[in-house]
Design a protein around this ligand. Sequence first.
Ligand SMILES: Cc1cc2nc3c(=O)[nH]c(=O)nc-3n(C[C@H](O)[C@H](O)[C@H](O)COP(=O)(O)OP(=O)(O)OC[C@H]3O[C@@H](n4cnc5c(N)ncnc54)[C@H](O)[C@@H]3O)c2cc1C
Length: 406
Amino acid sequence: MQADLVIVGAGMVGSTLALALERSGLDICVVDAGTLAVAPLNPDAPFEPRVSALSAASQRILGRVGAWPGILGRRACRYTDMHVWDGSGTGQIHFSAAAVHAEALGHIVENRVVQDALVDALRAGDAVELLGGAPLQALTRDGDGWQLELADGRAIRSELVVAADGAHSAVRRLAGCQTREWDYLHQAIVTSVRCAEPHARTAWQRFTDDGPLAFLPLQRGEDLHWCSIVWSCTEAEAKRLMTLDDATFRAALGRAFEYRLGEILEVDPRLCIPLRQRHAKRYVQPGLALVGDAAHTIHPLAGQGVNLGLLDAATLAEVLLAGLARGERVGDLRLLSRFERRRMPHNLAMMAAMEGFERLFQADPPALRWLRNSGLKGVEALPELKALFVRQALGLSGDLPELARA
Ligand SMILES: Cc1cc2nc3c(=O)[nH]c(=O)nc-3n(C[C@H](O)[C@H](O)[C@H](O)COP(=O)(O)OP(=O)(O)OC[C@H]3O[C@@H](n4cnc5c(N)ncnc54)[C@H](O)[C@@H]3O)c2cc1C
């Protein structure tokens, strides 16, 4: 087989990139290790454990590539407020969409829902070749392009390969791209829980002595009592929490969350995910680009991972379309470097901020404890500064690609 562009990974980022380039005139092939089967619509189905807090910028990107109606038609929870507080002090902060005259701070959506809506949109368009159940096995240079070998025996030659195959990217490994990695020695327990009190369309985050604990609002029909939780803690504590029976886990979770939403009434099966922050030293080589988690995995603390990945996808599409309009080759390193120059500083800044936050909230010395408490209180007392944070989180500022602009 022959293609102009092969996107390895049809997750949220790879599928978005494919849709953004659907009308580029390029021969595009998307390969994924998974089957790409779309789950039947069932509004009462149990929640998937992996969810994402999608910003307004991500909503705009997903809307412009035609996937947002498919997301809303499945299941998504709009949230308008966010409460963050320090469990070992008195510092707290409240962000509200109303403060910047916005309708929402974002939406909490199951990753599966986003991916299914994207795959539906790709199948409806019929312009992109989708190969499911086809993990990439080998990648070799072939002149000014690449030869890809899939596990099912198929081979594809392509001028440009985009790695959208997630945190453990096979493309990144096979192409010899180097990364910097930080192990937090922390794990995240994720699951969905039903609380006694409704969540009030609010995302809640408490910084505990062990790490941050987030309750993200979910919606099933009119029921606003379900939350997705991300509980970051040390490896030993995660191991202990994973072995508790449901009733003991619910009690421990309720206590750790200071019963802000009352008792925890139900809990779904738990998943434990190791937390690593990873950043590729370069996002591009001749004929190759890394996007999304293949380029950077960030602490889930701020819920920014896929938001950064969707901005990567929208920016790479914009750079490639501009290059094509000027008659440039899509594998040209100078063209691909424009993508790297626009995205790397932004991603690094976000990762550095998360790293600083993580350290500040893990730190126990009284001076740092005082700093984080007075910091939270200080920002809380400055409405202008808070509004600035909210606009940043909504994706209303910075160097945004066209697809993400209001
Ligand atoms: C606990 C936790 C909570 C999070 N919460 C948030 C949040 O609230 N907001 C947010 O923005 N982000 C969040 N994130 C991050 C977010 O989940 C990721 O950034 C996002 O899933 C990355 O998307 P992606 O498309 O780059 O990669 P992935 O979602 O990992 O998709 C990769 C795709 O590549 C395919 N693939 C893998 N290997 C191969 C191969 N060899 N050949 C072919 N295909 C392959 C896979 O099947 C998959 O479809 C969280 C992460 C964690 C761990």
